[in-house]
Design a protein. Structure first.
Length: 574
């Protein structure tokens, strides 16, 4: 078989528009068809984690409506006692869902998530197309984009079964990170601007996927045999991305000990392939077996593609690199690699090795795109239309099990009228609250529902104003007394009456904010003030944004293409 050289022209905005119009149109329509239930029934209201994401979406929208541009404390969670959710959880998916309220004219979290999920799906396909187009012609890039969207971990698991909205949104950022890294390596001016932004968005979208991406990106760059100068540029751009995300990342890392986050040594049951070795699999037996089958099928497909790449030495080397990386990722998730995960403490934060399937999906899709771009025009005319049709059909059909198992409540109505359960205690509870209980248990004494609970018969209290991080109330008592405020205690709660600072501590049973009030009539201001980690994050991100803007101005004004160096010591070569 003759050695083929693929197109390596950068993604064209203008010029030969016709060669991009139809592939892009197919990507948009195909990705919409893959998520058709979002447009017909709404977000899967009966999926595993939907109640969390609905609450997050509605609470964030409500806080933005009150002028809080970066909500961290959500007062409606934990039975109305509040939660420091976005001190730890990535806010980007829910800021995006809030933007869809302008289109939806609705505050229903299921509607917001459905529209945001649809936009993310289409944008993910377009982002992948932009990346793949760097090395293959438009139609193979379109096939890769549709494959990326239709792979079963993306749809069947993340969307229809688990409703893992944050991880689903991370699929949008992944191709942008690698597109930008390739651009930096090839000395493209836009790469130095895109990599910090895309990496920061990935961190603030799903920090676990960002952690895994960092490792895979490092292996990818080493395999590309880049010059030291190129590695330094990419390292600087990635570091700038980390600094841009500091407004979220610094509190998430430094305040980890303040919240109940169950992380432990990974048992064999959470690794893939465990069902085939006699284990129970990950989660329920059905879900564990489904994940194992997805993993096994993807491993077989990638091994076959790797064999083709090695046997026929298809160009470019880019495809072989990604094929090897993807096989390595899939092997790394297997139960036989459990000892390796346990040797690296940082990997305990991943919780489930199957999360690496998101990156394996990226590698599988780009390998397919490169392979289709390598087989020649004669075979492409047959293979690409068949691949496009099969990808769309396969993606659209994955919603059928979710419909059969009732993951869409009220499936016969245009939008399911199902509300998240607001009367239960959720995750992200501060450690001071319910400290004697496991994270998923509720207290013996339920919260009374009163915003203020006075622990003295002669005292009285009344709310003046109540917002997420700022509560004001009036008190009156002839004797000193103690009051419980219906918000969970967390670092940063400060109570003052005038200039006098009052003692604040967690209540012994529920861990509420408990304040000692002096005798007399007082107006008490209780505020969740920015903790040092928040302040540091804002300063770091603001400084990083100024650096990025200066860098953007410099690169935009000197957009002349930098010369490409060849050979082993040169810059990136596809």
């Amino acid at each position: 078989m003759s050695r083929l050289r693929l197109s390596n022209r950068p993604f064209a905005i203008g010029g030969e528009k016709s060669q991009y119009f139809w592939p892009l149109l197919v990507v948009v329509i195909g990705t919409l068809i893959c998520v058709w239930p979002l447009l017909v029934f709404g977000f899967p209201a009966g999926a595993w984690d939907v109640r969390f994401h609905v609450l997050y979406a509605e609470e964030v929208l409500q806080e933005i409506g009150q002028g809080v541009l970066f909500p961290r404390w959500l007062p409606g969670l934990n039975n109305g006692l509040g939660a420091p959710t976005f001190f730890y959880y990535g806010p980007v998916p829910y800021l995006l869902s809030s933007l869809t309220a302008v289109i939806a004219w609705s505050h229903d979290g299921l509607v917001l998530l459905a529209l945001a999920g649809t936009l993310v799906m289409v944008a993910s396909g377009l982002a992948f197309f932009a990346w793949a187009r760097q090395v293959v012609p438009p139609w193979p890039a379109a096939l890769g984009a549709l494959t990326y969207g239709a792979l079963p971990y993306h749809l069947l698991m993340d969307l229809w079964t688990r409703a893992a909205f944050a991880e689903f949104t991370a699929y949008l950022c992944l191709p942008l990170v690698f597109l930008a890294a390739d651009g930096v390596a090839r000395r493209k001016w836009w790469g130095m601007l895109l990599l910090p932004i895309s990496f920061a968005l990935l961190i603030a979208t799903h920090i676990i996927t960002a952690l895994l991406t960092s490792g895979i990106l490092a292996f990818y760059l080493l395999a590309c045999r880049l010059a030291v100068a190129a590695l330094w540029r990419i390292s600087w751009a990635a570091l700038l991305g980390i600094l841009l995300s500091a407004v979220y990342l610094v509190p998430a890392v430094t305040l980890r000990s303040e919240v109940n986050v169950p992380v432990d040594i990974l048992p064999n049951g959470v690794f893939l392939g465990n069902s085939f070795t006699g284990g129970l699999g990950q989660g329920s037996r059905a879900i564990g077996l489904a994940l194992d089958l997805i993993w096994l099928a993807q491993l077989a497909l990638n091994l076959a593609m790797l064999a083709v790449f090695l046997r026929y030495r298809l160009s470019p080397r880019f495809g072989r690199i990604w094929s090897v990386l993807t096989v390595g990722m899939l092997v790394m998730m297997s139960v036989w690699m459990a000892p390796v995960w346990r040797l690296l403490p940082i990997l305990q934060n991943v919780q489930f090795p199957s999360r690496m399937l998101a990156l394996a999906d990226l590698g599988t899709a780009i390998s397919i795109a490169v392979l289709m771009g390598s087989i020649g025009a004669r075979w492409t005319r047959i293979a690409i239309p068949m691949g496009v049709a099969l990808s769309i059909l396969f993606g659209a059909s994955q919603a059928i099990p979710a419909l059969q198992y009732g993951n869409f409540d009220a499936a016969r109505t245009p939008w399911p009228i199902v509300r998240a359960i607001r009367t239960t205690y959720e995750t992200f509870r501060p450690v001071h609250s319910l400290r004697r209980l496991p994270f998923d248990h509720e207290p013996d004494r339920p919260f009374s529902g009163a915003r203020l609970e006075v622990l003295e018969q002669l005292a009285s209290a009344a709310v003046v104003s109540w917002t997420a991080r700022d509560i004001v109330f009036q008190t009156m008592s002839p004797v000193p007394f103690t009051i419980d405020v219906a918000q969970l205690f967390f670092s940063g709660w400060v109570a003052k009456t005038g200039e006098q600072r009052l003692p604040v501590r967690p209540s012994p049973d529920l861990g509420l904010v408990q304040i000692d009030i002096p005798a007399g009539q007082h107006q008490v201001a209780l505020k969740l003030e920015p903790v040092p980690a928040e302040v540091a994050g804002w300063y770091i991100s603001s400084t990083a944004m100024l650096v990025w803007l200066v860098q953007a101005i410099f690169h935009f004004r000197s957009r002349a293409r930098w010369p490409l160096a060849g050979g082993r010591s040169g810059t990136f070569r596809h």
